[in-house]
Design a protein around this ligand. Structure first.
Ligand code: F6R
Ligand code: MG
Ligand code: MG
Length: 373
């Protein structure tokens, strides 16, 4: 029987430094201590703590499967403890994503974002995880389509016989709360019809069609739908499996040769260029952005992240590379063009997509001053 291993990437905005821009080191250290204890107790086999802007990211590898109550409890407790510290320091937005108070076995629907993938380990299993800040779940739609459905992006779709059968996409309708599975290349146009509207339709899972091998899992929370009001964007995370009959790491990263536009940025209410950055530059500054994305590469090895002799996980900071300078340069150029337009659409999202707006208040105030034309 092949080894079954689960990768859990669970994230939460527990509070940040100088507004919504960065998780300070002392919070990362509290989280590391919690996960180190859990590793010593045998609950998890490996972990890596990092941050995407103001979001604390817990990468955990274990053998307990997806949606395991103990793993979710560990993440919940870690977020509670770090949020408590953030609150004591009066850091900004302390505990902003912890929307519910009582934990009942599954962290989904409680505020934090979750991507989990149980795999049967292959001979060698390279993984890429993405984590973004100041954007929303659907911002990975374009990326996932490019990787798993676009033959102009992924050479393997054309020249690797193992991929010729295509891939299946699970698409979540986050407004109507329902899902559908669609197969590419056969249903490519129908798939695009849906996921081209990333505010409503979010790719949540991808499988290789010929054998249902799981290839990608993204987080699909809608915080505003949980809380019933604007509480910050649902900064998403994504786990992608690579190589040997799946897209290569290079095919997974090549969409970021250029930037593309996503929803989010200032007050979750603007179109913005997506900026691939190293961990060092994982902080949102200009107009609370531009929305940034980090990518980490590692190997799954016998239930763990392959580690060095001291047990430290071997992690590659994939966007720490001048090959992504062009995308970063474009992101800054496009950001400056959009900002010149201020609060005029299309720089600003349409009222339907904005996370919050004063428009209803303005219209109410002007109600009696409008006259028929
Ligand atoms: C967007 C985000 C920020 C805030 C903005 C205002 O997701 O978190 O852009 O919306 O900084 O924040 P408040 O209202 O907390 O002052
Ligand atoms: Mg925040
Ligand atoms: Mg955030």
């Amino acid at each position: 029987m092949p080894q079954k291993t689960t990768i859990s990437l669970i994230k939460c905005d527990v509070g940040s430094l100088a507004g919504h821009h960065i998780v300070p080191k002392l919070l990362l250290e509290i989280a590391e201590k919690k996960l180190e204890e859990a590793q010593e107790n045998g609950l998890i086999n490996s972990y890596y703590v990092f941050h995407a802007g103001d979001d604390l990211e817990l990468l955990m590898v274990h053998e307990k499967g997806e949606s395991n109550p103990e793993i979710h409890q560990l993440a919940w407790d870690t977020f509670q403890e770090t949020a408590k510290k953030a609150l004591s320091l009066k850091l900004y937005g302390a505990g902003q994503d912890l929307l519910k108070t009582a934990f009942s076995g599954n962290i989904r629907g409680m505020g934090p974002g979750v991507a989990e993938m149980e795999i049967e380990e292959r001979g060698s299993d390279p993984i890429v995880v993405f984590a973004a800040d100041k954007t929303s779940g659907g911002s990975f739609n374009y990326l996932l389509f490019s990787i798993f459905a676009d033959p102009m992006n992924t050479a393997g779709l054309v020249i690797d016989p193992n991929m010729i059968g295509g891939f299946k996409f699970e698409v979540l309708d986050v407004v109507e709360n329902k899902k559908v599975v669609m197969k590419c290349p056969e249903e490519m146009y129908e798939l695009l019809a849906l996921i081209g509207s990333p505010d409503q339709f979010v790719v949540s899972r991808v499988w290789r069609a010929r054998d249902d091998l799981i290839c990608a899992v993204s987080s699909t929370t809608r915080l505003s739908l949980i809380a019933g009001r604007y509480v910050g964007k649902d900064d998403p995370v994504l786990i992608v499996r690579a190589q040997h009959g799946l897209p290569a790491v290079g095919e997974i990263l090549v969409p970021f040769l250029h930037t593309y536009f996503v929803e989010g940025w200032m007050r979750g209410s603007h179109w913005a260029p997506f900026m691939p950055v190293s961990l060092k530059h994982s902080k949102c500054t200009v107009f609370d952005g531009p929305p940034r994305v980090v990518a980490l590469g590692f190997q799954i090895s016998n239930g763990k992240i392959a580690s060095d002799d001291k047990g430290r996980p071997l992690i590659s900071d994939l966007f720490d590379d001048p090959a992504f300078d062009l995308a970063r340069r474009e992101a800054v150029d496009y950001a400056s063009i959009l900002r010149r337009m201020g609060e005029f659409e299309p720089a600003r999202l349409s009222p339907k997509l904005m996370e919050y707006t004063t428009l209803p208040v303005v219209l109410r105030r002007l109600k009696d001053r409008f006259s028929p034309v």
